[in-house]
Design a binder for this molecule. Structure first.
Ligand code: HEM
Ligand SMILES: *[C@@H]1O[C@H](CO)[C@@H](O)[C@H](O)[C@H]1NC(C)=O
Ligand SMILES: *[C@@H]1O[C@H](CO)[C@@H](O)[C@H](O)[C@H]1NC(C)=O
Ligand SMILES: *[C@@H]1O[C@H](CO)[C@@H](O)[C@H](O)[C@H]1NC(C)=O
Ligand SMILES: *[C@@H]1O[C@H](CO)[C@@H](O)[C@H](O)[C@H]1NC(C)=O
Ligand SMILES: *[C@@H]1O[C@H](CO)[C@@H](O)[C@H](O)[C@H]1NC(C)=O
Ligand SMILES: *[C@@H]1O[C@H](CO)[C@@H](O)[C@H](O)[C@H]1NC(C)=O
Ligand SMILES: *[C@@H]1O[C@H](CO)[C@@H](O)[C@H](O)[C@H]1NC(C)=O
Length: 322
């Protein structure tokens, strides 16, 4: 068994029906009067975590993606399970033993509460932290629209059906992103997040053992070093080996060279779609173009609104409802 949610590719069409409501009246000045220290506090917290462990920048960026793709950016992913009452997203297939960085968000939330108690949502903290993580790893910065509310409910099932699996082909990726109002350009640019961070053998084994699309020497090297045919599921490899902790356009050069870990990555290039092939080539040749498109796509990702609208609350502790 490779991962727990591979079968869910078939549900992409269902996800498409759920729609991706965008724009919930967010504003860049939302906390200017009520929490003027917010952005400095978040940046300091992310900087501390990234200094301690550069990979943490990647982990925080992924947390934000996994929050926003499941019922919008509402800090749903941060809720701890409550045995006997509530099974949230943390132990869903795409997240269990994989998603990390929760304690970094907790630490930042505590600092924010110390400056402005009961004012700033966990969802907004995560949106700012993801922006700062990218920038601190050498990537672009952008203005983050604010004013999100934290949800009081979510489910593991929602994470399983909304998050794309690593064996997805291009049609599945395109339809899962389209379900959120994101197009091929957004998909390609946002996938550039895989220019940082690590992945487990369990999620890239099928690509390096079975896919003719992978560069032969690259795949053989990984099979021999880090990802045996059986066992070693948790062994890590960098998603972008040339500069694993630098937010640059190296990922797109790897795609052209067919030296990437995930089947879902390679699906963007050389799978017969001229649109994504062209974008990959453009980003590989021009890091500025990638940075600009990535920043714009992150704002759109951050605009995914909870289907339930503007209810919710400002959580005092990101791990549980008030
Ligand atoms: C397009 C569909 C995507 C798929 C199928 C996918 C899948 C994955 C998988 C399987 C991993 C490794 C998990 C593990 O080994 O436990 C991973 C890591 C990562 N993903 Fe994605 N991902 C996608 C898109 C994105 C997007 C849009 C972002 C952010 C904008 C993102 C950010 C990351 C980061 C930064 C990591 C490394 C995390 C770390 O080192 O802790 N991914 N992704
Ligand atoms: C609101 O705060 C942001 C971030 O600190 C700052 O860049 C912006 O200029 C402020 N806007 C106003 C109208 O004060
Ligand atoms: C179960 O969760 C709901 C929603 O958070 C909460 O209102 C309720 O009090 C919880 N019940 C128990 C027994 O913890
Ligand atoms: C923060 O606000 C909450 C809700 O108003 C209150 O229960 C809590 O005691 C406050 N904490 C601090 C440290 O002021
Ligand atoms: C939370 O969501 C589940 C699944 O959709 C639902 O059955 C439950 O009633 C919800 N609980 C609350 C407190 O809204
Ligand atoms: C490779 O494909 C074969 C045939 O579909 C399958 O039996 C095998 O489990 C796959 N191996 C990996 C590592 O995915
Ligand atoms: C490539 O993807 C784009 C964007 O979804 C789509 O419009 C186009 O039809 C696809 N082309 C092929 C050849 O699949
Ligand atoms: C790279 O992309 C940027 C932003 O789209 C553009 O302004 C610039 O002209 C491009 N540079 C080259 C060498 O094509």
């Amino acid at each position: 068994m490779q991962t727990g949610w591979l079968w869910l590719s078939a549900f992409a069409a269902v996800a498409a029906l759920a729609g991706g409501a965008q724009g919930q009246g967010l504003s860049r000045e939302f906390y200017n009067a009520t929490c003027p220290a917010l952005q400095a506090v978040v940046r300091r917290g992310v900087a501390r975590a990234v200094r301690r462990e550069p990979r943490m920048g990647a982990s925080i960026l992924r947390l934000f993606f996994h929050d926003c793709f499941v019922n919008g950016c509402d800090a749903s992913v941060l809720l701890d399970d409550v045995p006997g009452n509530f099974t949230g997203e943390k132990n869903a297939g795409p997240n269990a033993n994989s998603l990390r960085g929760y304690e970094v968000i907790d630490a930042i939330k505590a600092q924010v509460e110390a400056s402005c108690n009961a004012t700033v949502s966990c969802a907004d903290i995560l949106a700012l932290a993801a922006r700062d993580a990218v920038n601190l790893l050498g990537g672009p910065s952008w203005t983050v629209p604010l004013g999100r509310r934290d949800t009081r409910n979510t489910s593991a099932g929602a994470a399983n059906t909304n998050l794309p699996p690593p064996d997805a082909g291009l049609p599945t990726l395109l339809s899962m992103f389209r379900a959120k109002g994101l197009d091929a350009r957004d998909l390609t640019a946002l996938s550039g997040a895989h220019t940082v961070g690590r992945a487990r053998c369990a999620v890239f084994r099928s690509h390096i053992y079975n896919d003719s699309a992978a560069d032969t020497a690259f795949a053989a090297g990984l099979r021999a070093s880090v990802c045996p045919a059986a066992g070693g599921d948790g062994n890590l490899a960098p998603l972008e080996p040339q500069a694993p902790d630098a937010f640059d356009n190296g990922y797109f050069r790897d795609l052209v060279a067919r030296r990437v870990l995930l089947r879902s990555d390679q699906a963007l290039y050389g799978a017969g779609n001229g649109t994504t092939d062209g974008l990959v080539r453009a980003y590989a040749a021009n890091g500025t173009a990638f940075a600009a498109d990535f920043a714009a796509a992150m704002v759109r990702l951050g605009g995914l609104a909870p289907a339930s609208g503007s209810g919710g609350e400002v959580r005092l502790n990101c791990r549980r409802v008030n």
